[in-house]
Design a protein around this ligand. Structure first.
Ligand code: ZN
Length: 218
């Protein structure tokens, strides 16, 4: 893969930033694409842009405001609480998000002569998002190839990792400090360690502590 080009679906969070480092290691050329869907925290887009700039990665921001129009949810509307009711998808789930993001990323990638797409979706810490499942990604890969008569390969380096293993991967890529200090995962829009209380912060923190506790003490 070393001579080829990849496009990373990039939100500026822990997972997609780890994927960006992973892509930089495995591909000769890497670009990033961020989707603007009027997310609750505009800061997300600024964080993504500044990380891409720091890592010297060409960055495209695509307007996906129609997603907000179609699917109001807790990530796009501040008056919808972040919660998960028994037997329902979490209120942070956006119908069609990964389907649309990956499809638009594929159109962009083809224009840019890239056939590799990288996304940080993960089935392990499965919050009930159907479009993070491996079976969906494989199905979409086939669909995209048929739709555009092109040989895309969708890479999901985090698919089977838990949060501790995602921190381990960042560490192996020499990016632990970078990911810890510069990414935005928190639903309350606080960079790095975040608010510490929202579901995203709890998951991130638990994984970090678990990974650090496994390291041999020197
Ligand atoms: Zn938080």
């Amino acid at each position: 893969m070393k001579k080829e080009k990849a496009v990373v679906v990039f939100s500026g969070g822990q997972d997609s930033t780890t994927c960006l480092f992973w892509a930089k290691k495995h591909f000769a050329e890497v670009e990033a694409v961020t989707f603007d869907y009027n997310q609750r925290h505009r800061l997300e887009i600024d964080v993504a842009a500044s990380i891409a700039k720091e890592l010297n990665v060409p960055h495209t921001v695509l307007d996906m405001s129609l997603l907000n129009q179609l699917a109001p949810n807790a990530l796009t509307r501040s008056d919808i609480a972040i919660e998960q009711k028994e037997g329902q998808l979490p209120s942070t789930f956006v119908d069609g998000r990964n389907l649309l993001f990956l499809s638009f990323a594929a159109v962009l990638a083809k224009q840019k002569g890239a056939r590799h797409l990288v996304t940080g979706v993960c089935e392990t810490d499965f919050s009930g998002y159907p479009d993070c499942r491996d079976v969906f990604i494989k199905s979409l890969n086939v669909t995209l190839n048929l739709a555009m008569d092109y040989e895309f390969v969708i890479h999901t380096p985090l698919m089977w990792l838990n949060k501790a293993e995602t921190w381990k991967l960042a560490d192996e890529l020499g990016a632990l400090e970078f990911v810890r200090d510069k990414t935005l995962t928190c639903y309350n829009g606080i960079i790095a360690d975040g608010c510490g209380e929202c579901p995203a912060c709890v998951l991130r923190k638990r994984g970090f502590e678990q990974y650090m506790s496994q390291l041999p003490t020197t």
